[in-house]
Design a protein around this ligand. Structure first.
Ligand code: ASP
Length: 307
């Protein structure tokens, strides 16, 4: 298939137009085959490094698979076992990888803005993809989520989308909201206790709900989010049980949404906290489809990145 889109880096959803998001959705959808993904040669002779300074299962492995499906060599860098343990800085580490001829770097870091800084510093030598920076952005997750929603709902504008859980620390929620807004979704609800909402929420294109029954009413899409405990002060949520009672999505909550509503979660799930087994494993759950789409969307993103 012809690659119709070219972007230098993918740092944030905000850098993409509606047409570019739609192109990525179509490209990714075309990469899916009956039981896997197309095997292509677009990145023959190229190297893609996954450079992760934070834990990951889905994002890291799906980028590695995506790069291989496009014919690239994959280099997996993790700080554990590397010279980072000897005190090497991120900048020196990236310069080192680029000096070896790697020109596509997929980076995850706990500090917000890291990937934007790297793209500014090394942007004439390499392409950068943001695989999650702090609580700021996770554009590739949002794009695979848009693909999943499009596969089920076709048209974005009329959708009612409910995002439930830890909005405050969620880079996924920020990127999803940017993507949904860009695609014309005007009915986006966030459902969370006030301590899990950022101060700037008033400036976001969302409606705030403090309870599940209002927030899920007639929803077409329900997105559950994990509590990002690794970013929280320890005492923010002493009582997980009461959080689950109020904000954990249970089978009975689905009755408020449309009968054909889909349930999504970016993973990793904390079952019994933000989502019950009966919801995670229900017919309405598309969580494993999100995972499968992740490889195809990351193929589309790596294919679209070019000098
Ligand atoms: N996997 C997603 C992320 O890296 C969501 C999560 O960790 O809860 O942000």
């Amino acid at each position: 298939m012809q690659n119709t889109l070219t972007i230098p880096h993918l740092v944030d959803i905000k850098s993409l137009s509606r047409d570019q998001i739609i192109s990525l959705i179509h490209m990714a959808n075309n990469y899916l085959t009956h039981d896997g993904y197309q095997q292509l040669t677009l990145l023959d002779g190229k190297s893609v490094a996954t450079v992760f300074y934070e834990n990951s299962t889905r994002t890291r492995i799906s980028f590695q698979l995506a790069a291989r499906q496009l014919g690239a060599q994959v280099i997996d860098f993790s700080q554990l076992g590397s010279s980072v343990q000897k005190g090497e800085s991120l900048t020196d580490t990236i310069a080192t990888l680029i000096a070896m001829g790697i020109d596509r770097l997929v980076v995850r870091h706990s500090d917000e803005g890291t990937v934007a800084t790297l793209a500014n510093t090394f942007g004439n030598k390499a392409h950068f993809v943001n695989a999650g920076d702090g609580a700021s952005a996770h554009p590739t997750q949002a794009l695979l989520d848009m693909l999943t929603i499009w596969q089920h709902k076709s048209h974005f504008e009329p959708l009612r989308v409910a995002i439930v859980g830890d909005i405050l620390y969620s880079r996924v929620a920020r990127s999803q909201i940017n993507a949904l807004h860009c695609l014309g979704v005007s009915n986006i609800r966030v459902i969370a206790p006030s301590v899990l909402l950022p101060q700037e929420i008033e400036t976001w294109p969302v409606t705030i709900c403090d309870n599940l029954s209002d927030g899920l009413t007639d929803a077409d899409v329900i997105i559950c989010l994990r509590m990002q405990k690794e970013r929280m002060p320890l005492d923010l949520f002493p009582d997980v049980n009461s959080y689950h009672q109020s904000f954990g999505v249970k089978a009975s909550d689905l009755a408020n949404a449309k009968p054909d509503a889909i349930v999504m979660h970016p993973g990793p799930m904390n079952r019994g906290i933000e989502i019950d087994n009966t919801v995670a494993d229900s017919k309405q759950s598309v969580i494993l489809q999100q995972v499968r789409n992740g490889v195809a969307m990351r193929m589309a993103i790596l294919a679209a990145i070019a000098m």
